[in-house]
Design a protein around this ligand. Structure first.
Ligand code: MG
Length: 384
């Protein structure tokens, strides 16, 4: 039995991970489940999966008191202290970091420093602090196994990493792929959230609509696989069947393909290096897939990708700035305060004005994150 904890068990990836584990109950034992505010769902999950701890972040005083007793079969932890306790528990063989946002970074580092392998679904961890996280993983001999479908695909393709010439990341193109820039400028929240292929959390779905998600994934790939930005390409592939590919020095291309379901990369990441039948619902059929399309990304309509390349190449705190400004702008869009296209404009402004710190400490990264979030919110309040 592999012992696993899930940070973000009530979110999109977390709930799908539990669907995977439900099918593999003889393979996994759950140590802890951590969620955000949705205590009712967290408790339901705890009743079913019987973890030793649950951890929540509900600010209501009624839920604040830690419960050291095991009256309900599990202890109740709270907030970042609770996450630290979970990620320090060396009984874990692997921790699935499935939460969204910067909250994933500290627990991931704690788990790495305790020698616990990571199945990483939280992009921000690598976008904010990829250099530090990968160096610590190397130092402590910890594996970081990507859950993101594109990176999972590359992880499966790479056998001889020294022979790989470039990485090719596919992008579905999101709901505005074949719409005009005008359509995008006037898009409603509902239109931005209507992703044609993937059912995901709101923040990442908006990122997919602006293609910033692909920008963040380029940065993620740079850190995970150690490739220069010039060796990471993006191709638009609306059907999301080819999940990504690598090109070897001799021109051979190896791609990973499959139906668009997050269950598969989640299961691969937590089972690695083993493979199980698990949640597989049907066999892949080439003949049922009528055809596959590929096209170049339109960087005029989706300038976010170029901005991500630029900030990635700058390094240091540049990508933490990109992440913080984009995230605050996405929240403002979801709150109806700004238009979809403003997300790029605001993020670019914050990036242009940012004084990059090279080789930052983790505290400096969090300082930049806080400062950029504050500045972004103030800018939106004053100007939009
Ligand atoms: Mg992805």
């Amino acid at each position: 039995m592999k012992k696993i904890s899930i940070i973000g068990s009530t979110g999109s990836i977390g709930t799908q991970a539990l669907e995977v584990i439900e099918k593999l109950q003889d393979k996994f034992e759950i140590i802890a489940l951590a969620g955000g505010h949705n205590i009712e769902l967290l408790k339901k999950q705890a009743e079913k999966f019987k973890p030793r701890y649950i951890c929540h972040n509900n600010p209501s005083p009624a839920f604040q008191a830690p419960s050291p007793t095991r009256g309900e079969g599990y202890s109740i932890l709270h907030g970042s202290e609770g996450l630290e306790k979970i990620c320090s528990d060396k009984e874990n063989d692997i921790i699935l970091v499935a939460c969204s946002g910067k909250i994933g970074l500290k627990p991931t580092l704690t788990a790495i420093r305790n020698g616990i392998n990571i199945a990483l679904a939280n992009k921000e961890t690598l976008v904010m602090a990829g250099d530090i996280v990968m160096a610590e993983a190397k130092k402590y001999g910890v594996k970081i196994i990507p859950v993101d479908s594109e990176h999972c695909a590359i992880h499966q393709c790479i056998k001889e990493i020294n022979q790989v010439e470039k990485l090719i990341i596919t992008a579905s193109g999101g709901p505005f792929l074949h719409k005009t820039i005008g359509d995008m400028k006037n898009a409603t929240v509902e239109q931005a959230l209507a992703h044609p292929r993937w059912n995901m959390g709101k923040k990442i779905t908006v990122d997919s609509a602006t293609l910033m998600n692909k920008g963040l994934e380029i940065i993620e790939a740079h850190h995970l696989f150690g490739f220069d930005y010039d060796k990471i390409d993006v191709v638009v592939h609306p059907q999301s069947i080819v999940h990504s590919a690598i090109e070897y020095k001799d021109g051979s291309v190896i791609a990973q393909i499959g139906l668009p379901s997050m269950h598969i990369p989640i299961q691969y990441a937590i089972s690695y290096p083993e493979r199980f039948e698990g949640i597989k619902s049907k066999s892949f059929s080439f003949s049922e897939i009528a055809h596959l399309d590929f096209e170049k990304p339109d960087y005029e309509k989706f300038p976010t990708v170029k901005l991500a390349y630029k900030m990635g190449k700058l390094g240091g705190t540049a990508t933490a700035c990109l992440n913080a400004a984009n995230e605050e702008a996405v929240f403002a869009f979801l709150d109806g305060k700004i238009k979809l296209y403003n997300i790029y404009e605001i993020t670019k402004k914050m990036c242009d004005e940012h004084q990059v710190i090279q080789n930052p400490t983790i505290d400096e990264i969090f300082e930049v994150d806080n400062e950029i979030r504050k500045k972004t919110k103030e800018y939106i309040l004053k100007n939009l």
